[in-house]
Design a protein around this ligand. Structure first.
Ligand code: 13P
Ligand code: SF4
Length: 299
């Protein structure tokens, strides 16, 4: 039996579902029951009927799954697969900002810890951020932790005052205007699709800005044959597997998330065999974080 068959067998025995983000290795995506962006995965996790959710992604995603579906066993195959951006803001930082701007609502990107979600008013993902901010009555919004996404929202919702925190995703932040100019010069007719975690100067130069799934949909729908992908390389791997009718290029070879790439098939198997790493969250944090996440799911 090869490793994929072993995983499938164990998955059945344990009544488990495997969820994978698009940034995972292609062989991990292939073994998953569902591949999605942050919002779609949170939705799948919330609706999961199976006893066990194996989350092939990073820590905050598995934590979110546990918060949204607390009676399930949620496993993150590699405990050390974290998101550096999620660790850039603490609950204390948020409380300080609340003191400074008492009239502001706190909107928190899901790329954050459960503790930070617990002191927030509502969460958002990159696909829902503009919609969420528009749904809030407050004129002033504290947005944590991604500054680039905060600045992108501010442009889309000019009637609100967005106070962005200074966090960032290393993978998207690394891309420069010079990288964009170089690909534009090499492929002037190609379509450039970027993630809003990129710096504003890069976002400005793109043909389309969206979440991972929105980028994928745009790439597949477009009549253009040459598509430049301005997000993590896993998206290019997914698209190349999906269709050979188009040419997909990565905006910059720097766009690899080392944390997303920590999970291998061996880790998925080990996770199911030995119940590692089981997500556990303090009840009080869990209840408070649930409110912020559930509000997001309902907008
Ligand atoms: P989305 O899945 O919402 O596009 O977010 C990208 C990301 O950086 C996940 O860590
Ligand atoms: Fe975090 Fe960026 Fe990796 Fe997403 S791509 S998990 S935001 S470091």
């Amino acid at each position: 039996m090869d490793i994929k068959d072993k995983i499938r067998k164990l998955k059945k025995e344990r009544n488990a579902v495997i969820l994978s983000h698009y940034y995972q290795h292609i062989e991990v995506q292939e073994i998953a029951d569902f591949i999605g962006d942050s919002f779609e995965l949170a939705k799948k996790a919330k609706e999961a009927k199976e006893d066990v959710i194996v989350f092939c992604g990073v820590y905050f995603m598995a934590e979110g799954a546990k918060i949204l579906n607390p009676t399930k066993t949620v496993l993150l195959p590699v405990k050390e697969a974290g998101c550096p951006m999620a660790d850039m803001v603490t609950a204390e930082d948020v409380m300080e900002l609340r003191k400074k701007y008492p009239d502001a609502a706190v909107v928190t990107y899901v790329n954050s810890t459960a503790e930070v979600k617990a002191v927030s008013d509502i969460c958002c993902t990159s696909s829902s951020a503009v919609r969420i901010v528009n749904s809030i009555p407050n004129k002033r919004i504290i947005f944590v932790p991604d500054e680039n996404l905060g600045r992108y929202i501010a442009k889309q919702v000019p009637d609100k005052e967005i106070i962005p925190y200074s966090g960032y995703c290393q993978v998207h932040q690394r891309v420069t205007v010079q990288d964009v100019e170089a690909v534009r010069k090499a492929m002037p007719d190609a379509l450039l699709l970027v993630h809003p975690e990129c710096v504003p100067e890069v976002v400005e130069k793109a043909d389309f800005v969206g979440s991972t799934t929105q980028i994928i949909n745009k790439a597949l729908e477009s009549k253009n044959k040459d598509i430049i992908i301005g997000t993590e390389v896993g998206v290019v791997d997914f698209l190349k597997k999906k269709t050979s009718d188009k040419n997909f290029y990565l905006l910059s070879p720097k766009m690899i998330c080392a944390n997303m790439k920590k999970t291998s098939l061996k880790d998925v198997l080990n996770s199911l065999e030995n119940n590692v790493h089981e997500i556990e969250i303090e009840q009080e944090i869990m209840d408070k974080a649930f409110s912020s996440l559930d509000r997001m799911m309902n907008v």
